[in-house]
Design a binder for this molecule. Structure first.
Ligand code: DOR
Ligand code: ZN
Length: 350
């Protein structure tokens, strides 16, 4: 008999479910099904859709689509290019945070750095700002936070320099938290050659020394976020492969495997995959939501994934942990690879 463990429902504040606009890559049903298969009972969707979510009308269209399809709880981050401040008061009660891209990535949804301060001033108090801010823009982030002190989450910190920046900012009392992705914790530049386009994401994979620094300073990392970024194999094999890798279904087994190797404790795992995200993004936590995980060893296999992408950069890796059951608000919603509830049964946040 293999061992089964119980964990709280996991929270991922950083996923790209591509709905509306690119539902051939993923939609709210397939994306939230993948979330349940990975043990996530709450996800927050990013705004860099084909048509970016920068108006209340576009947000409504997205929320309506999620309402019809989601099978786990879901919230949304709003987007900005610095020219939609009139929308902020209209959407603030309907979103979890505001995402700002300071570096180039999928969708080309990037702002001019000179606009950052104005955006910070315009965004209402009470909901965090999330940044895609790699090392080259850290001075700008520091100056902005010094001038306008609003809670800010640095997404996908991937290098020594970036994590050192976060640690310095925290020491200086700036209101900063950070997330790290599993791909930056478990893959490095060395894997990039073999993975080709399937190891191609923003931020890029880093040298082993950077990955070691992230593990050595795990205490400074608030959240493990998947940055689930599904793209089709066809797109990845094309001349211009898009940035991003799917991650919802592999994050927990990778972290449980790291725990088994003594790289982190169970308490740290729960903080990084549940507690801290609940606090930072004000997610209501429910005692009647939990997951059961079969701790047998297994291999990650593309064929078993529920994401439409149908591939993982971790395929072939041996891990421990497979989500066997998800109880969401007292209801059994997922058992042994199957979603048991109707599309649209997930709750919308906030
Ligand atoms: O690799 C990435 N893919 N990084 C991002 O910042 C965006 C994401 C996507 O949307 O595909
Ligand atoms: Zn992302």
């Amino acid at each position: 008999m293999s061992q089964t463990i119980t964990l709280p429902g996991l929270i991922d504040p950083h996923v790209h479910l591509r709905d509306p606009g690119q539902t051939y890559k993923e939609d709210f049903l397939s994306g939230t099904s993948a979330a349940l298969a990975g043990g996530f009972t709450t996800v927050m969707d990013m705004p860099n859709n084909l048509t970016p979510i920068t108006t209340e009308a576009r947000l409504q269209t997205k929320i309506d689509s999620a309402r019809r399809q989601a099978v786990c709880d879901i919230g949304f981050h709003f987007g900005t290019l610095g020219d939609n401040f009139a929308e902020f008061p209209k959407v603030i009660s309907q979103v979890m945070g505001l995402k700002i891209y300071l570096n180039i990535t999928t969708g080309g949804f990037i702002i001019d750095g000179a606009k950052l301060r104005g955006i910070y001033e315009a965004w209402p108090e009470g909901k965090p700002i999330l940044l895609h801010a790699e090392d080259d823009v850290s001075d700008l982030v520091w100056k902005t936070l010094k001038a306008v002190s609003k809670p800010t989450h640095m997404c996908h910190v991937s290098s020594r320099a970036e994590l050192e920046f976060v640690m310095r900012a925290k020491d200086a009392g700036l209101p900063l938290t950070c997330g790290v992705t599993p791909h930056h914790l478990f893959l490095s530049e060395k894997d990039a050659d073999q993975l080709g386009p399937y190891g191609f994401m923003k931020p890029f994979l880093k040298p082993q020394a950077d990955q070691d620094f992230l593990w050595d300073h795990f205490a400074a990392i608030d959240i493990i976020e998947s940055d689930h970024a599904p793209h089709t194999k066809e797109e990845k094999d094309s001349d211009k492969p898009p940035f991003g890798v799917p991650g919802l279904e592999t994050t927990l087994p990778l972290m449980l495997s790291a725990e088994a190797e003594g790289r982190l404790t169970r308490a740290q795992l729960i903080e990084r995959l549940h507690t801290n995200a609940a606090r930072i993004f004000n997610v209501p936590v429910d005692d009647s939501t939990h997951i059961e995980v079969d701790m047998s060893e297994r291999e990650i296999r593309n064929e078993e994934l529920l994401t439409k992408a149908g591939w993982s950069p971790f395929a072939g890796r041996r891990v421990v942990g497979r989500v066997s059951k998800v109880i969401l608000h007292g209801e059994t919603v997922f058992v042994d690879g199957k979603v048991l509830v109707k599309p649209g049964s997930g709750r919308l946040l906030p």
